[in-house]
Design a protein around this ligand. Structure first.
Ligand SMILES: NC(=O)c1ccc[n+]([C@@H]2O[C@H](COP(=O)([O-])OP(=O)(O)OC[C@H]3O[C@@H](n4cnc5c(N)ncnc54)[C@H](OP(=O)(O)O)[C@@H]3O)[C@@H](O)[C@H]2O)c1
Length: 340
């Protein structure tokens, strides 16, 4: 079917990939950004231009996504919403106003506007595996069906960005479920819970940006560029292409599917300290030339059950090796180096 899809977060790693894939599969897409400048970055992107979407691609400027009614106008003719436009754990952000509040409020604003639009059939919200686990270590193997335990009371101030991020993701999921129960909307809502995402980022145009403005890739590229992540991270990984594919498949699920009420997790347990080994195998000359050097990423165990997602997608999830080679490949391209 041809859908009219609204995608948020297209100026970010995941949303942009979803946008490319939605256009490549023939859909008409509206994308929300906070400024004309961001819209122009997307419209002028070389990968977008290759797809020549014409009037299948439409920017919508919403300066503040958190305002009540912000999505009322744009949702009037939209059939499907994919909401990936939410903050990640940027150390420069204020935990409350730049992570917790937008995470919870934007999702609420989208659902409230969708309720006023008879055309909306489906809303898919990007969450994170942190919502499946919460702040305490998991006692069982988590999956899309599990939820961390919310503290009581929920703090109004946060110790750090990670605490704000985890609690925001947990509360957003809970609030969306309560919303659906209360309003029984004409549309269905599903969450996608990814682990750390790694892969090519079509918004990056120089090698420096790959290390500084690249969402989660900023962490993992350290592993091939001789850097050291100053804190350990859970070994929870998902390839950007699988994450995008999953969002679109979940969004466009047949309304009569028995899976329509399901949420979906996507995380493979990995050791991020192997990233350099994969790069060395694929690009021995670049390693010999000193372009890639071993970095250090201390990885904590993070088992997770994504078996239903693999069955749903009909293929094994892409390995960490594929992501490491894709990112190294993009880095070499941006340096103008031979990929031999
Ligand atoms: N990357 C990962 O490893 C990972 C893993 C699990 C889940 N996720 C989730 O995936 C989603 C997107 O992550 P990403 O990696 O694509 O991050 P990203 O590259 O930092 O992009 C974030 C996107 O969200 C938008 N955004 C952030 N705060 C906003 C706000 N207050 N109001 C409106 N828009 C806002 C950004 O718009 P601007 O350009 O205007 O800032 C950008 O388009 C988030 O929900 C994140 O929690 C990411």
């Amino acid at each position: 079917m041809t859908a009219e899809i609204l995608i948020t977060g297209t100026s970010g790693l995941i949303g942009f990939r979803i946008l490319l894939d939605a256009l490549a599969t023939g859909h008409k897409v509206y994308f929300t950004v906070r400024s004309e400048a961001k819209a122009e970055i997307i419209l002028s992107n070389p990968e977008i231009k290759i797809l020549a979407p014409g009037d299948r691609l439409n920017p919508v400027i919403i300066p503040d996504f958190t305002v009540d009614g912000a999505f009322d106008d744009i949702l009037k003719d939209i059939t499907h919403v994919i909401h990936a436009g939410s903050p990640v754990t940027n150390p420069a952000f204020d935990p409350k106003t730049e992570i917790f509040e937008p995470t919870v409020k934007i999702s609420a604003a989208i659902l409230a506007s969708a309720l006023k639009s008879p055309s909306v059939q489906r809303v898919v919200i990007t969450s994170s595996v942190v919502a499946n686990v919460g702040l305490d270590p998991a006692s069982n193997i988590p999956s899309a069906a599990t939820r961390g335990t919310l503290p009581d009371p929920i703090p109004s101030e946060f110790n750090d960005i990670q605490e704000a991020y985890v609690l925001a993701k947990m509360i957003e999921v809970e609030a969306s479920k309560v919303f659906v129960k209360k309003h029984s909307p004409n549309f269905t809502v599903a969450h996608v819970f990814p682990g750390y995402i790694f892969g090519r980022n079509g918004l990056i145009h120089d090698a420096t940006q790959m290390q500084t403005a690249n969402s989660s890739n900023t962490y993992f590229i350290l592993g091939m560029l001789g850097g050291e992540l100053p804190f350990p991270i859970p070994g929870s990984y998902a390839h950007i292409e699988d994450v995008s594919n999953l969002h679109l498949r979940v969004a466009l699920l047949d309304p009569s599917s028995p899976d329509i009420a399901k949420d979906w997790g996507i995380s493979t347990e990995v050791n991020f300290d192997t990233i350099f080994d994969h790069v060395k195998k694929a690009f021995p000359k670049a390693v010999a030339d000193g372009i890639f050097t071993r970095g250090k990423i201390v990885t904590l165990p993070f088992p997770y059950d994504s078996s239903d997602t693999e069955r749903f997608l009909g293929a094994p999830l892409k390995s960490l090796e594929i992501a490491a080679v894709d990112v190294a490949s993009q880095y070499l391209e941006l340096l103008g180096k031979n990929k031999a």
